[in-house]
Design a protein around this ligand. Structure first.
Ligand code: NAP
Length: 519
């Protein structure tokens, strides 16, 4: 583990990572955190907060960029360990490393730009009648130390130095990561890179720590610790909800930004089904990307009964039959997948339409598409559960009204996709207001897999896709989750933070007496 400037082997027993492609443990053993070690990481983070949040934008941006550089320096060692621990292929992990470093650099830009501070100045109006107005200035500051739970399916981009960590550090919050037990060696390598960057950039000691231990004990105790002021989580609905409850039950409740469960409905409208011959292949590719272990995986298809739909299904049978069984991230995720598929197949009114190749590889996921009717789907809530992996359910609806009824029926989602051509626009228009209420991202003529890290991206959505639909975990706005506004009323000039001084010494965009002033 990394606790501030120290590298520590936990004292509460040990655990080894598993190579899912062989279903065997791999060396070395990692020590599990004791309560004393957890408390020390929290104490250091608490002590670091005031100094870290007042680092200059340049210092903080440089720190984020140096983390990216040190991760890049890990070279093939990082990729090889991540391949061993996750079963993910080299090209995917190299791409993910690039995304991780780009995210860190994006947040460095966000920090230098300064708009995230929402610096706002209302001048004093001493002569105003009937009462004078004070000088009031607003800026945002970090919430405090943030606990981050890395995701199993993004061992780099949503783990130790992933999106949650990058956005929290950018906001001026120290971070304590609870390493995901599915990729401990990968976590150790990245945590050391962050620690190295913190030392090089002369950051306060507790700005970053990483603990190893089970979610049920160390994870829960971390969220209960009074020093922690917010939580970033990506994982299962059960894990996210458990952490929400813990955070809410604290003497001082804190926000939890949990990204959990989404089945990402895809609406195939008739014109698009009839005119896009590539659709079956595009769907099969999206469904099986990363062995179906994407939070934006197309788990639900909805289409009106028609000859065009039957033709699409014929094409999908061929496209899926060519897909091999890919290794899943962990034996646990693999057995949960098989259990979920078996449960779905056993529900009355559900039939198998298309299937990928079976195989004997340990943890190999066989892709599948099942079908049911609109009536069945609307009557059976169990058909809406997420199956994490390459299985999707097609709802064959009888008409436009039932199509909209299904859209109304589904829970909150990360994404909703609509395939539509010119003739379909009228139906799409009826769907859109519902989809806006249900999803964080609405896309046309594509699939949600592949999330751009950019300024306008929203990777969030109503419960259960996330615990708080007002925010995003991907893209520049992710920084807002870890900030809160503070007003400074008649504060003497020499005590004002640089972001609010009258000379605008940071040269950041600010709102002055209601007008945007760029520099
Ligand atoms: P998970 O079991 O929820 O684990 C995620 C992290 O939370 C791990 O570090 C885990 O600790 C910890 N944790 C789990 N239960 C906890 C609890 N009750 N209290 C405190 N901490 C807890 O998820 P996973 O194994 O990574 O992934 C499997 C499932 O997550 C999938 O089936 C899928 O539904 C969902 N998922 C969703 C997304 C998304 O973006 N929406 C992404 C990936 C996965 P341990 O290390 O001890 O297990």
């Amino acid at each position: 583990m990394i606790i501030g400037r120290s590298t520590v082997s936990g004292k509460e027993g040990s655990v080894k990572a598993i190579d899912p492609s062989r279903n065997e443990q791999i060396e070395p053993a990692f020590g599990l955190a004791s309560q004393a070690e957890l408390d020390l990481a929290c104490k250091l983070a608490d002590e670091a907060f005031d100094r870290y949040r007042e680092t200059t934008p340049e210092q903080r941006a440089k720190f984020l960029e140096t983390i990216a550089d040190r991760i890049t320096d890990l070279g093939a060692t990082l990729i090889e360990r991540a391949m061993q621990e996750t079963g993910l292929p080299q090209a995917r992990l190299e791409g993910e490393r690039g995304r991780t470093c780009n995210q860190l650099r994006l947040f460095a830009k966000v920090v230098r730009d300064g708009r995230y501070l929402s610096a706002t100045l209302d001048s004093a109006l001493p002569d105003r009648a009937p009462a004078p107005r004070s000088d009031i200035r607003l800026r945002k500051i970090g919430l405090g130390p943030v606990a981050v739970f890395g995701a199993s399916n993004f061992p780099l981009a949503f783990s130790v130095a992933g999106g949650d960590t990058a956005s929290a550090l950018a906001a001026g919050c120290p971070v304590i990561v609870k390493a995901h037990s599915a990729h401990l060696g990968t976590s150790e390598l990245v945590a050391k890179a962050v620690q190295q960057a913190a030392i090089e950039c002369d950051m306060p000691e507790g700005v970053f720590s990483m603990l190893i231990g089970s979610g049920q004990t160390i994870g829960q105790n971390l969220v209960s610790n009074p020093a922690i002021k917010a939580v970033g989580f990506t994982g299962s609905r059960a894990g996210g909800v458990a952490l929400m409850k813990t955070a809410a039950a604290r003497e001082e409740p804190i926000p939890v930004y949990a990204e959990m469960s989404s089945i990402n409905p895809v609406f195939f409208l008739e014109g698009a089904l009839a005119s896009n011959e590539k659709l079956p292949q595009q769907f099969a590719d999206s469904l099986t990307l990363g062995a179906g272990q994407f939070c934006t995986n197309p788990g639900l298809l909805i289409a009106i009964d028609s000859p065009a739909l039957d033709k699409f299904l014929e094409g999908t049978k061929v496209a899926l039959a060519a897909k091999g069984a890919a290794t899943m991230l962990t034996p646990g995720i693999h057995s949960a997948y098989n259990k979920g598929v078996a449960q779905l197949a056993g529900i009355e009114g559900v039939s198998l339409i298309a299937q990928g190749k079976t195989s004997e590889v340990p943890c190999g996921a066989v892709a599948a598409l099942y079908e049911t009717s609109g009536e069945h789907f609307l009557a059976k809530p169990e058909l809406e559960g997420e199956i994490f992996g390459p299985t999707s359910l097609l709802i064959r609806v009888k008409d436009e009204a039932q199509l909209v009824a299904v859209a109304e029926h589904v829970e909150g989602q990360l994404t909703a996709a609509v395939h539509a051509t010119g003739n379909d626009i009228a139906v799409a228009k009826k769907l859109l207001p519902t989809l806006e209420r249900k999803a964080g991202r609405i896309l046309f003529n594509g699939f949600g897999t592949g999330v751009e890290v950019s300024h306008a991206m929203v990777h969030g959505g109503p419960f259960p896709s996330t615990s708080d639909s007002r925010s995003t975990s991907v893209g520049a706005s992710a920084i807002d989750r870890f900030l809160r506004p503070v007003s400074y009323q008649d504060v003497p000039a020499e005590l004002l933070p640089a972001a609010l001084d009258s000379a605008n010494s940071l040269g950041i965009p600010r709102v002055v007496d209601g007008e945007l002033v760029l520099k």
